[in-house]
Design a protein around this ligand. Structure first.
Ligand SMILES: Cc1cc2nc3c(=O)[nH]c(=O)nc-3n(C[C@H](O)[C@H](O)[C@H](O)COP(=O)(O)OP(=O)(O)OC[C@H]3O[C@@H](n4cnc5c(N)ncnc54)[C@H](O)[C@@H]3O)c2cc1C
Length: 637
């Protein structure tokens, strides 16, 4: 496989402008002749579908929820970054670019990140014009707050519901096109295969989740914006439906999967409370603007937090990282919390928790101000834990949250299959080995509103592929493959639920390939995952039938894919014999416990290629070249 990132020549700041000029255009009348499939209508997919339709293309959009409004993007709480420098605190496009490259531990592509920082300013304008109710200062200008890994305030927010408000904006734009007949929306429809004709992505196979009917859809290009795979860990902050199926099945059709081991563990989630829990809840990073993280200095200290005097508290982030303090990036803050708990100083049941304390902020700003900033998060916390965080500190612990890995894409966001574009969390493009807070919404909307609408046009104008038809043999073969998989899942008729396998896989991955990884654990995981997969195919019980609404069957297909994908994740983690960002290999750390990168040997994107069933995947490498920034040791001290 040849990886060509197609990074445009010329100075970094001019690459995107020059590239847009160089891209071929399609005249407005001809755009109507092209059909485009968009899979996923979260922030990345909805913004892409709406924009492509507004440009004049015929768009078919698919999601598995009953409405695009229920995409996982709606859960985003804290905010969206943009280099507007409204605070006049030293921000700039270059600083956002630099913070993002450094935050990603120098494992992202410079040109993509610079473009992201450039576009960030347009996103805010677009969303304001749509009526997204961002928080405002007393004078009416948009307000900002800070997120991890930055020393400026550049995060735009709508209380603790930023994702929901942004999604409503994108959804409105999408609905306008649905009403105009330029987007045909297929809710409750799951993509189960990608169809490749003469080496180009030309369609998808879907299952109607209500009737079970399987059908083929053909188009001139396919855009996938199907989100991340954190649910491979079973317990995560993601919506329960998030899965790897679309990207995994595209991988098996020839799309390289990049850096699957770059997973993000978020430091501020409500700790696990019991065996029967199916999901974890995030407490937004924005809380670390005003909350102070601490743990008792003494091991096994079971006193109530209020009874622990100031001198016996360890504000460990402020102590270890004085210049960033509580706003140290996620990977670093998560590891620091784990360290404290491993040291026997954790709080709450099971000792897997640390405090996030608002007492100082309430004293400084008043309860009303804290409530205005974070009220809904405090309410959510109280509903889940029964504790009032205005009176006692929140208890938090790291949890699986976001995946930086994803399908490999070039600068045009095209995968290794021509005609297949991948956006948002589903691609690997901009965050390197660790994503900074408030940058996922920025990337999803940059990809959907501002990048792919140009680059798809260039593909259509230059590729000159014949129009595909769903009656072609490639489509019929793919339909048979999907029907066969469904038949096989229903036929096992074993004794164990799908959920029990998912749970076992999650526990195994969390232990051996979670916040810390080592060679021995990864080798063990690589033995245990295939065994669990074999057991799944012998002993799983999928209740119900195909020709009906059957969530057990949907889950079974997704878990079957997780059971294959998990192996690639561990293989990637095993081969990367360095620590960087969210990938922390215990063997590779500095004397004070920080990640120890190996730029000599690992400054590359690992793009894995499917080599056929039962065959080991092939590793392809895209070298990462830094012309602008120096690959320094990442320090937040
Ligand atoms: C609790 C929480 C809070 C967060 N807060 C922030 C924040 O404050 N700021 C920030 O920048 N980021 C935040 N993030 C991250 C951010 O929300 C996500 O990365 C982002 O919303 C992903 O958007 P997306 O469009 O790529 O995917 P999603 O929103 O996950 O959408 C995926 C879409 O794909 C569809 N889909 C998937 N598979 C299939 C299939 N096989 N067939 C058909 N359709 C399919 C789904 O139906 C859905 O429409 C947060 C994440 C979580 C979990």
């Amino acid at each position: 496989m040849k990886l060509d990132a197609k990074i445009p020549p010329g100075p970094l700041a001019q690459k995107w402008d020059q590239h847009r000029f160089d891209l071929k255009l399609i005249n407005p009348a001809n755009k109507r002749k092209h059909d485009i499939i968009v899979v996923g209508t979260g922030l990345a997919g909805a913004s892409a579908a709406a924009t492509l339709a507004e440009l004049g293309y015929n768009v078919s959009a698919f999601c598995y929820q009953d409405s695009p409004r229920r995409a996982h993007s709606i859960a985003a709480q804290g905010g969206i970054n943009a280099a507007k420098n409204y605070q006049n605190d030293g921000d700039s496009v270059y600083r956002l670019f630099y913070d993002t490259v450094k935050g990603g531990d120098f494992r992202a592509r410079e040109a993509n990140v610079y473009r992201l920082a450039q576009i960030s300013v347009n996103i805010i304008d677009q969303c304001v014009a749509q009526g997204v109710p961002f928080a405002r200062e007393y004078g009416g200008l948009l307000a900002n707050r800070s997120f991890g890994g930055a020393q400026v305030s550049r995060t735009f927010y709508a209380r603790g519901q930023t994702g929901q408000q942004l999604l409503l904006g994108a959804y409105q734009a999408l609905c306008r096109q649905i009403a105009a007949g330029t987007v045909k929306m297929f809710p409750r429809t799951e993509m189960l295969d990608l169809v490749v004709v003469h080496g180009h992505a030309k369609g998808i196979i879907v299952r109607d989740l209500v009737s079970g009917a399987v059908s083929a859809h053909a188009a001139d290009a396919v855009v996938m914006a199907t989100g991340g795979y954190s649910n491979v860990f079973y317990l995560s902050t993601n919506a329960k439906g998030c899965n790897v199926t679309a990207t995994w099945r595209a991988y098996k059709k020839g799309a390289a999967f990049a850096n699957p081991c770059y997973t993000q563990i978020h430091p501020t989630c409500i700790p696990v409370s019991g065996e029967h829990q199916s999901k974890l809840t995030l407490m937004s990073e924005s809380l670390r603007n005003d909350g102070r993280v601490w743990a008792p200095r003494k091991k096994g200290d079971t006193r109530a937090p209020a009874d622990i005097p100031e001198g016996e508290r360890d504000y460990y982030l402020e102590r270890k990282y004085p210049s960033f303090g509580n706003l140290a990036p996620r990977d670093i803050s998560s590891r620091a919390a784990k360290e404290v708990c491993d040291d026997g100083r954790g709080v709450g049941p099971g000792g897997r928790g640390v405090y996030l304390d608002f007492a100082d902020a309430i004293q400084r700003l008043g309860e009303a101000c804290v409530s205005e900033r974070y009220g809904n998060l405090f309410d959510m916390y109280e509903k889940i834990t029964g504790e009032n965080a205005y009176r006692v500190p929140m208890r938090i612990y790291p949890a699986a949250h976001y995946t930086m890995g994803g399908l490999w894409v070039d600068y045009d966001l095209m995968s290794t299959i021509p005609g297949l574009f991948v956006l948002g969390e589903a691609n690997f493009s901009d965050h390197g080995a660790n994503r900074l807070g408030a940058s996922a919404l920025m990337q999803g909307l940059a990809d959907g509103y501002f990048v792919v609408p140009y680059t798809v046009g260039d593909y259509l104008a230059t590729s000159k592929q014949p129009k595909p038809a769903a009656s072609q043999p490639e489509f019929q073969q793919a339909i048979s493959g999907v029907a066969d998989l469904t038949r096989r899942l229903l036929a096992v008729n074993g004794k164990h639920t799908v959920n029990s396998f998912h749970k076992q896989l999650g526990a195994l991955l969390w232990e051996k390939c979670g916040m810390a990884r080592d060679e021995k654990g990864l080798q063990a995981a690589l033995r245990e995952i295939p065994a669990l997969r074999e057991q799944f195919w012998k002993e799983v019980k999928v209740t119900g039938q195909n020709q009906e609404l059957n969530q057990a069957l949907e889950h079974a297909g997704r878990v079957a894919d997780f059971l294959e994908f998990a192996e690639l994740l561990c293989l990637d983690a095993l081969h990367r014999r360095e620590s960087c960002g969210g990938h922390f290999r215990v063997e590779f750390q500095t004397p004070d416990g920080e990640a120890l990168r190996d730029d000599q040997n690992f400054a590359y994107v690992a793009a894995w290629e499917f080599a056929g069933p039962g065959q080991p995947p092939v590793l392809n490498k895209e070298p990462l070249v830094y012309d602008q920034v120096h690959m320094s040791t990442r320090s937040y001290k």
